[in-house]
Design a protein around this ligand. Structure first.
Ligand code: DC
Length: 695
């Protein structure tokens, strides 16, 4: 078996290399896996081989340049800003320069200098780089153990960072592996679209001018369907055999969200420095100065050669017309052709030609401060695989560096804080085994010692925190096993708060049903949550927990068979789980809690001090349910109840994400043959023994 890494990073692109460097600098034993034989292949071709590393701007400006999910990047950009990127490369021996639009490049104009510098930093910080293709994450018992390679190796790690890039330029290795791995961990992945990609136009004028590059033109994009101007910019563009490309076109494309043939119009201002009036005066002057010349010859002073025949056609003025014969109306047509040179746009070029892939791992499943997965402890993401993207200008590489930096640092901290004390934090992401530092290079010995001292301090600090940390008890088990009654009684006896997480899923089920959305619809439910932002909260009233939806107490409305099924349905949707994850974690951080549900010991509170799996046979559970209902005068037959219970069990245990199962370190209690009092007694004793709770 391979020695265990603290942090495995998948993908040696800009995000992955930065993540590995950052993890190693934070004291972790980092292993960087790359399926190409050389790292940084796509980096080599960015900025036409010049590598626009960042934009020399403030954090605020960088955020303003992000088109998708800008707010999510606030922490990352603040932790590692464009300024930090510049410092990083200059200190790594690459002098930089800033060009138009604050774009930062290596002075040498060579992307390879950036790649080499990153490789030197990898070496210096002690990262091991290996040529491996990852097949899947290695997950056992809901716990991340490392990765599995296509060659059949098991590479163990405490934490894993997915930095596999997007789908753009597949020849460099970006083939969408990261999305597959993210889905394996239960993440939602939003559809991938090309971003920063050339645009196709059927207008034959594009092909007529192919190869012509225009500098300093004004560009507007108009949505003809909505009669709205979408975008305005100024800069450089290019005509190609298929349509248009170049920096302003790529940026403009980021604003076109519903591309359809003929819908968007590109309006180019060939003379942006002159107002219409001024340009008209200039035309009058040129025409009178060259009055006996042919119109086509006069245009040489105004336009690049390749454009002349096109502008002649568009103005409707015959090329051989004498300048002094041109009428006022003809002059107006020429003016329009120069100030409003229009091209109808039809589609984007394929994603493989996009500089950036838009779409990716849904940010709602990630912690913005660390890029940590909310689904699987120990898992992190960095770079283009995440659903964020920005304009051209160095911002996308900045995203890679910023997210890589914080993911690496956070993963290192998680790995170190949880590593060597032997006290099992296994379920917090496979973090139990002691760190092996044997393979660190000797000349880094001093740094290692320093890191270890730092690590010890962190651990002491953690221990001190742990003394004050709240007591968390996780009770999982199938529907009807008596979790809530037992948990309520134990919470009361010990002075804890009882949190019924099933009620939260019921609230989401209720929300879906009340909006007329099929609770099984894995796209419509998260979309409605995203759109309507329902506020789900719980309050602890004298009679116990009540769930509120948008400020309204819905406790009484969520206990119906219809909502039970809807809750079970929505609970199989990863984005719904992610949506409720923070709420549950926050409650447990701030209170001594007994929390019950299906994934509490395994996913939500893997570090809970006490974990119990409370179960009972399906028949026994159906019988108990029947007795409860009979008391309320409900005569639903036993068979119906048994069937309902079995159906929910099946759904809860067999769903792909966070399925119901006992955490490896949970104590299982089968209540089939025990009285309620006997179960309570066992649960309370267990909690007291493990935590000293209740004195
Ligand atoms: O405990 P309950 O029956 O109120 O839960 C309602 C549904 O929510 C149930 O079908 C399973 C699901 N659930 C879950 O998936 N994870 C939890 N932590 C709690 C409940």
């Amino acid at each position: 078996m391979e020695t265990k890494a603290d942090v495995i990073v998948i993908g040696a692109g800009p995000a992955g290399m930065m993540a590995a460097i950052s993890a190693a600098k934070a004291g972790a034993k980092a292993l960087l896996l790359e399926k190409n034989t050389r790292p940084g292949r796509k980096l080599m071709i960015t900025g036409k081989g010049r590598c626009n590393v960042t934009n020399d701007c403030t954090v605020q400006e960088a955020i303003a340049s992000v088109v998708v999910n800008p707010r999510f990047l606030y922490s990352a950009f603040s932790a590692f800003s464009p300024e930090d990127t510049k410092r990083f490369f200059e200190e790594a021996g690459v002098p930089l320069k800033t060009e138009r639009g604050k774009r930062v490049f290596p002075q040498s104009d060579k992307a390879v200098d950036i790649v080499d510098a990153m490789q030197r930093e990898l070496k210096k910080s002690g990262v091991s780089l290996r040529n491996e293709t990852v097949k899947s994450l290695w997950i056992e018992e809901n716990t991340l153990r490392g990765v599995l390679t296509v060659s059949g190796k098991k590479l163990p790690a405490r934490c894993v960072i997915i930095a596999c890039g997007g789908l753009s330029y597949p020849q460099t290795g970006s083939t969408g592996d990261g999305y597959r791995l993210a889905k394996q961990a239960g993440h939602t992945v939003t559809p991938q679209k090309p971003s920063l990609v050339p645009i196709v136009s059927k207008d034959p004028d594009c092909a007529r001018m192919q190869g012509l590059s225009l500098r300093n033109v004004g560009v507007k994009v108009i949505d003809q369907k909505k009669q709205k101007e979408l975008y305005e910019d100024f800069g450089e563009m290019l005509f190609t055999h298929f349509g248009v490309s170049g920096p302003v076109i790529l940026s403009a494309g980021s604003h076109i969200r519903e591309m359809e043939p003929g819908r968007y119009l590109l309006r180019i201002d060939l003379k942006p420095a002159l107002s219409e009036e001024k340009l008209d005066l200039r035309l009058q002057r040129e025409l009178s100065e060259q009055k006996n010349k042919n119109f086509e010859n006069m245009l040489g002073a105004l336009l690049p050669k390749k454009m002349i025949p096109v502008v002649i056609d568009r103005s409707g003025i015959p090329g051989e017309e004498k300048c002094n014969a041109i009428t006022r109306a003809q002059r107006a047509a020429l003016l329009a052709a120069l100030k409003k040179f229009e091209i109808v746009l039809d589609s984007f070029r394929p994603i493989a030609e996009a500089i950036v892939t838009s779409g990716g791992v849904d940010v709602r499943g990630l912690d913005p401060a660390s890029m940590a997965s909310k689904m699987l402890p120990g898992l992190y993401f960095a770079g283009e695989v995440i659903d964020v993207d920005a304009y051209t200008g160095g911002f996308n590489l900045q995203i890679a560096f910023s997210t890589g930096f914080i993911a690496g640092k956070a993963a290192a901290q998680a790995a170190r804080a949880n590593a060597p004390d032997g006290k099992s934090r296994e379920s917090a992401g496979g973090l139990s085994e002691a760190a092996s530092r044997k393979s660190e290079p000797k000349d880094d010995q001093k740094q290692t010692e320093k890191n270890e001292a730092k690590g010890r301090k962190t651990m002491q600090k953690n221990e001190a925190c742990e003394k004050r940390a709240k007591i968390n008890v996780a009770i999982d088990g199938p529907a009807g096993a008596g979790k809530s009654s037992v948990a309520k009684a134990a919470a009361k006896a010990l002075g804890f708060i009882y949190v019924d997480t099933g009620a939260l899923y019921r609230a989401v089920g209720f929300f879906a049903v009340s909006k007329g959305i099929d609770p099984k619809d894995a796209e419509a439910v998260p979309a409605a949550i995203g759109r309507e932002k329902p506020e789900i909260s719980i309050r602890f009233l004298p009679d116990g927990q009540h769930v509120f939806l948008n400020g309204e107490d819905i406790e009484a409305q969520i206990r119906t068979p219809q909502i039970s099924m809807a809750a079970s349905d929505v609970s199989a949707i990863p984005a719904v789980r992610a949506f409720l994850f923070d709420l549950q974690r926050d409650l447990a951080r701030e209170n001594d809690v007994i929390m019950d549900g299906r994934d509490i010991g395994t996913v939500v509170l893997p570090e809970a001090q006490v974990k119990i799996f409370l179960t009972a046979s399906a028949e026994e559970r159906a019988k108990r349910r029947m007795l409860q209902l009979r008391e309320k005068g409900d005569e639903t037959p036993f068979e119906t109840l048994l069937e309902e219970i079995k159906k929910r069990d099946d759904q809860d245990m067999n769903r792909a994400i966070a399925p119901l199962k006992a955490a490896p370190d949970a104590v299982t209690i089968d209540s089939s043959d025990l009285s309620f009092e006997a179960v309570c007694e066992r649960v309370e004793t267990l909690i007291r023994e493990k935590t000293n709770a209740g004195g």
